[in-house]
Write a protein that binds this ligand. Sequence first.
Ligand code: ZN
Length: 185
Amino acid sequence: MVNKSLSETELLKFGTIGNLSQKAEALLNEQKSNWELLQANFIGLRKVRTKLFTLDNFNVKVQFNPTRITSTAAKVDAKSIAERKCFLCLENLPAPQKGILYKNDYIILCNPFPIFEQHLTIPNINHIPQNIEKHFLDMLDLTFDLKDNFLCFITVQSVELLHRIIFIFKLELKIWFQLKAITKT
Ligand SMILES: [Zn+2]
């Protein structure tokens, strides 16, 4: 298998690595230093325009982010996907893209087309169908392990897309423990 994992020694040059959340921040720092595309797109993020819409009982913040067009306009029909290399398979990642292995099943990567100042994408390392049900416990564990600096949500763009499993979202700890208990039963 292609080794895309940064060692702790390498991560340590870019931040503290006391827990996974800190390691992920060190990874972001390393990638911003060594991956030109990522660096450019994080700089582009500063030009993002936002607008707040106030509805009845809640607010919606809308973001205009032109650098996302490459990602959001990508064709995700079965034919288009079959015709291009899977951009989440380790062997197809750009040379400078590195990550942190998680549970030997996932790799924590930086998203080269960010919508947040700290934007990770965490695919399964295997080219498998998206399926939240089979990976829900992993998602909870990851949410817990990253909770200091990250919130997790899941993006499922298309059932045709493979191994985009995770997740950048934040749960209240009480809810996290409830979900963990439910999932184990
Ligand atoms: Zn793949």
